[in-house]
Design a protein around this ligand. Sequence first.
Ligand code: RIB
Length: 330
Amino acid sequence: MAVSVRDVAEQAGVSVGTVSNVLNNPEKVAAATAERVIAAIEALGFVRNDAARQLRAGASRSIGLVVLDVGNPFFTDVARGVEERAAEEGLVVLLANSDERRDREAAHLDLFEEQRVRGLLITPVGEVGERLHRLRARGIPTVLVDRLAGEGFSSVSVDDVAGGRLAAQHLLDTGRRRLGFVGGPLELGQVRDRLRGAREAVAEVPDARLDVLETPGLSMTEGVSAGRRVLEQEPRCDAVLAANDVVALGVLQGLLLGGVRVPHDVALVGYDDIDFAAAAAVPITSIRQPRERMGAEALGLLLAELDGDERHRQIVFQPELVVRESTAAR
Ligand code: RIB
């Protein structure tokens, strides 16, 4: 049976209201009384019920953050940016991982609604616009991260079409002509836009081609198996654009284990510029996203909406090419 505020009050010989003041308005309580209450809290192992407090106070201190893949450092870097901004506002961040699965995403949204979080940040798996509109109708606004929002929502993202184009153009500039795009599923807006940008760049070079090796997800494991598919190609592509750095790390492993030299036989570009890209066995060229800043800006947009700002803004950062060994000219 959980220890209640009433148990603490009886133990300390004070009223329930005094215990509540010690927890929420300690300046109203005499020091000696507060010490008795704190001693009782520690002796009984009382843990405050934040959800009940929130219901009474009507204002939660929690922000829900739903990411696609908690194993991808891109999202933990974004989460760090959210948390640092949240701490400045006295808010806490509740992190949930959809694992690129719609059912998990829906369950997290239901839970955050029950918890009455103050607001939500999400990188959606599928189309959640209607669900997010229902949440806003219940007083829980949402900002999209790493996804350009349509009408009705604010978002923070990078121009992924420009990013895909930048990656492909860099490979073409180093003389590569048989490019392979590795990533998926193509239902993910970010992946689709990166591929679109790569196709635009390749279309401008007559003797260049772009094959698509779609994957069911954006994991390192999918990258390794795609790397093995590249080995079996005839003729083999001479460069790979990976939809993100985690996939690129897998492709690199698949290629190296197959005896292929990177970049001499196959060049490789990733996306995000996570720390592991620079630390890889062959440092990976990548398209940099300002991850922590994206998180902080997304929370800023959410706070503006919580303060009554009805405008919806789409903050779109420009991608930046970070050149490393994996695309050195042959
Ligand atoms: O959101 C899809 C992908 O875009 C993530 O895996 C992350 O790497 C970002 O670049």
